[in-house]
Ligand binder design. Sequence first.
Ligand code: NAD
Length: 300
Amino acid sequence: MNIAFIGLGNMGAPMATNLVKAGHDVSVFDLVESAIQSLEGQGARRAASAEAAAKGADVVVSMLPAGAHVKGLYLGRDGTPGLLDTLEGAPLLVDSSTIAPDDARLVAAAAAERGFTYLDAPVSGGVGGAQAGTLTFIVGGDAAGFDKAKPLLEAMGKNIFHAGEAGAGQVAKICNNMLLGILMSGTAEALALGVKNGMDPAVLSEIMKQSSGGNWALNVYNPWPGVMEGTAASRDYQGGFLTDLMAKDLGLAWELALGSKSTVPMGSQARNLFALHSAQGSGQLDFSSIQTLYRQGEEK
Ligand code: NAD
């Protein structure tokens, strides 16, 4: 298939690479030149703009930071036309960014008006899952579009869920990430408490992993440096899933709660923790760096 891939960051780059490896003809665009160059080295074709990448594509996949970028790409911004105004043919549109369900529904409705199918298809599994091609895709949109997208998504992921109508993928993803934010901050809190009381973080981690405190943040993405190889914590929290993006997702959970008159006290607490951590200068570090918030004042 001819695929246009827009947004080659921590997640998009390995996802696009897996599409190339699966034998697809992938045309790529990002605002950052070095990101395009790196994908070219993997066998993708460079495009000078998102419109150029999408020309002649069977499927457009986007992986952008937030809703404003996704709306800008598809609907246009400041008088500049969006992809929906310039697309030729009838490519399937798949957005894997994590954005507000209402933004996803807005783009889906605008796409449908012009005869295009747009799916919200956010992912879970982190950069490791993107590299290994084992992401979970959580898709919202019509069933026929889902069936069409599934074989393509299987080149990048292992578990492909149809969550429901447009926006449902984002609702499920936001619930998942609110839980992840709570679990990561709780894990960091428990580790800091144990270490301050004389425990070795690796020993404590192993005990909690085999006990009822075990969870994804502890078992797979340990936030304490040196406990687990290959994690962001063991490379100075570089790369991975940025604190700013986690703060954004917890903000989306908060907005969703306001709109549905739900109470999310744990999610609100986690949102404040990650927002504070970002305000203290850690927005561009991996979100597991929340561990350092609990280690302030430690003797060096
Ligand atoms: P990132 O910031 O690393 O990458 C985003 C990329 O989009 C950047 O390379 C940026 O230059 C590019 N970009 C921005 N606007 C653009 C535009 N108009 N046209 C072309 N390119 C543009 O972010 P990421 O970590 O790859 O995350 C992307 C999305 O996936 C976010 O919504 C995030 O919440 C979600 N997500 C991330 C992870 C993770 O572990 N990093 C996991 C699951 C979901």
